[in-house]
Design a binder for this molecule. Structure first.
Ligand SMILES: [Zn+2]
Length: 229
């Protein structure tokens, strides 16, 4: 589970007010810092002991309001700790260039990105698994090993640590159906890594070859056009 940080105690909410969170703004799309504007009322937090609270932040790039939901840890002495992991109530819709993907792969991956954009992280991982199964069906016997090889390449490019790499493999390659209750719970940050790796894997398997092919075709066409001049 997530780490916690001290956000407010009886005397002050200075820690929360000083907190800068780096995120992608759902309004302007900038990767930027968000500063807190609205904080929970501490006396109400102690009275009702909510499992989660929402903080109101402001995008430093465009000034729009961003709502974030945190898990709480409330101590008897009156301290409020918030989780490092948080859910963004609004996210920018994740995009991908689907034109080079076979329709079955594109449909599954679109749904994976919709789940991610809606902050449904376990569903994101489940749909990524299904996307990989569609890739395997599309490519035949070599499909799964091709995907494994690309994930390994992505790991080396991004410098992922062993634990993250093992978890990602477990999340996206294990099993043959969408639902696996024994799999680890997927956090926001883990889902973000899974999505980034999936984008890279699909790009390498489908889009890269198609782009090179397109460039080669264009060259052939221009040679043919010159000959017929
Ligand atoms: Zn913004």
């Amino acid at each position: 589970m997530s780490e916690y940080w001290l956000a407010m105690n009886n005397d002050t909410n200075a820690t929360l007010c000083d907190k800068r969170l780096l995120l992608t703004c759902p309004h302007c799309g900038a990767k930027t810092a968000a500063t807190v504007i609205s904080t929970p009322r501490l006396e109400q937090v102690h009275r009702h002991k909510p499992q989660k609270v929402i903080g109101g932040f402001m995008c430093q790039a465009c000034g729009e309001a961003i709502a974030l939901r945190f898990w709480t840890n409330i101590t008897p002495e009156g301290r409020l700790y918030l989780s490092e992991e948080y859910a963004e109530l609004e996210r920018k819709m994740e995009s991908f260039d689907y034109q080079y993907l076979p329709p079955s792969v594109a449909a599954d991956f679109k749904e994976a990105l919709t789940c991610f954009s809606m902050s449904c992280y376990n569903a994101t991982a489940a749909m990524c698994r299904r996307t990989i199964q569609s890739v395997a069906t599309d490519l035949g016997a070599v499909g799964t090993s091709k995907v494994s090889k690309q994930i390994l390449e992505a790991k080396e490019t991004a410098g992922l640590d062993e634990q993250t790499f093992t978890e990602i493999n477990q999340l996206v390659l294990d099993g043959h159906d969408g639902a696996h209750p024994h799999l680890p719970v997927v956090t926001a940050s883990r889902a973000a890594v899974v999505v980034a790796i999936m984008k890279d894997v699909l790009d390498q398997i489908y889009a890269r070859r198609a782009r090179i092919q397109k460039a080669a075709d264009l060259r052939q066409e221009s040679i043919a056009a010159k000959k017929s001049e």
